[in-house]
Design a protein around this ligand. Structure first.
Ligand SMILES: [Zn+2]
Length: 461
């Protein structure tokens, strides 16, 4: 944060603790203030590490425009005149969550999905408590979409976007790869998306140029590159964990922690983060219960064409990641790997690869989080994976992922302590995105509207 910004925010804070802040000051019309009152706060600040200070009791949290401007007790902080007050009594307030491997459909209508699908996806993310999405595949006009959301022209989570894919079809030589890296940087993409199929030579050229241009690259681990090189060459994240399984031969034989130890240590040493997308991957490899998948209530929000594609995948029982008979061994290897990465202190970031294969945007967190619990990740660290650690990852873009003054006002109000039971995250009492508040009632009506549109479309099919 610049000194100017810092002074600005600390200035706001001082104004707020003064008893006479009110309509008397024309520039402080107070119309833009929202206050959460008597709420228990999970600040998710790195210094709040002990079980005692992970929750601040009975706080007042003051929002102005898109920022949190103060957090304190009622004795310390006045409610600005005219502020909208949200009763937080008995509830818990935490930072909004992130989808670190998400997708946003193209703006243009394609393959017959309804025109409103893009807006529905953006709304679903918010309804699921997702206020930040790292979009993992760029499309035409997506940068415009990002700006439109940031400026409030369109409703949605804040987007940080990977550009169009780097793969064997889009990369033809090291020189062309370098030129493409520079082009993506110049166009304003936040990172480069790596897909399978790249040669090691091309991957090295991308990595080297990306370092020079100070832009991240992340995504898949191409087979010819391998996990070790991907880590050594500086992939910012390793997504889906499949690169580890390929290197360790974990698709069809049981692995031990000792087998995994060298790669786990290398990941930690090079400070590479992982985005497991574990729920999706269980589906992809054939380890998920297909009846349960097809009974997910959140499918009511997805277009019939999209669900049909997902069902085809289940029926075909094939695909490059499908492991058939050994899927359960493979799944257990992945669970153990995630457990070992966690134990070694590797940064784990929350991601589900929505909207892919039964991962409905936002609502897919309720499928991913239990997989993280299965791997032994603590409730607090699961929350960190979607909040403060994401803020740290994007520290050069904005301040968010914690509840404290100066942070972007992305917040989740929930009806119980998520440290006791994470289930409270799945039905938030309300969601705030960049200072805009949606109560449970509003979220329900947005969801009902999407479900109604889907039902009407099905009648016309
Ligand atoms: Zn993806």
């Amino acid at each position: 944060m610049s000194l100017k910004t810092l002074l600005f925010w600390s200035g706001c804070w001082i104004l707020l603790v003064l008893p006479h802040l009110s309509a008397a000051q024309p520039l402080q019309t107070a119309q833009n203030y929202i206050v959460f009152d008597q709420v228990h706060v999970l600040p998710m600040q790195p210094e709040h590490v002990t079980p005692d200070n992970r929750v601040l009791r009975n706080q007042r949290v003051v929002i102005k425009d898109d920022r949190i401007i103060a957090v304190g007790s009622a004795a310390e902080l006045a409610v600005p005149a005219g502020a909208t007050v949200i009763d937080g009594a008995g509830r818990y307030l935490l930072p909004g969550l992130a989808e670190m491997h998400g997708h946003v459909p193209p703006l243009a209508d394609f393959s017959g999905v309804p025109k409103r699908y893009l807006d529905d996806v953006l709304t679903l993310y918010l309804a699921g408590g997702v206020t930040t999405v790292r979009g993992m595949l760029g499309h035409d006009r997506q940068l415009q979409l990002k700006d439109d959301i940031a400026s409030g022209k369109r409703l949605g989570p804040t987007l940080y976007l990977a550009g169009p894919s780097f793969n064997q079809h889009t990369v033809t030589s090291p020189e062309q790869a370098r030129a493409r890296v520079r082009e993506h940087k110049q166009q304003g993409w936040d990172l480069l998306k790596i897909h399978p199929g790249l040669s090691l030579e091309h991957y090295q050229a991308i990595a080297d140029e990306a370092n020079k241009q100070n832009i991240d690259f992340a995504g898949h681990v191409p087979e010819a590159v391998g996990i070790e090189q991907a880590i050594l060459l500086g992939s910012r994240t390793i997504d889906h964990l499949d690169g580890y399984m390929a290197a360790l031969g974990g698709f069809d034989k049981a692995l031990t922690a000792a087998d995994m130890a060298p790669l786990v240590a290398l990941t930690k040493k090079h400070n590479v983060a992982v985005v497991p997308t574990e729920a999706l991957w269980q589906t992809i490899i054939g380890a998920a219960d297909s009846e349960k998948l097809q009974a997910y209530p959140e499918l009511q929000y997805m277009p019939a064409q999209v669900i049909a594609g997902w069902q085809r995948y289940l029926q075909q029982r094939s695909g490059s990641y499908y492991t058939g008979d050994t899927a359960l061994i493979h799944a257990e290897n992945r669970r153990l790997l995630l457990a070992e990465l966690y134990r070694a202190g590797v940064t784990i970031l929350l991601g589900t690869d929505a909207p892919q294969l039964f991962s409905v945007p936002g609502l897919s967190l309720r499928r991913e989080i239990p997989k993280m619990v299965d791997a032994g990740i603590s409730h607090y660290d699961i929350l960190r994976s979607g909040t403060v650690l994401v803020g740290k990852y994007f520290a050069d873009k904005d301040q968010f992922g914690q509840v404290k003054a100066g942070q972007r006002a992305d917040l989740l109000l929930v009806n119980g302590n998520p440290l006791d039971d994470l289930i409270v995250l799945y039905q938030p009492a309300g969601v705030m995105v960049r200072g805009q508040w949606f109560s449970r009632q509003q979220l329900d009506s947005l969801l009902a509207d999407i479900a109604a549109a889907r039902a009407a479309e099905s009648k016309n099919l």
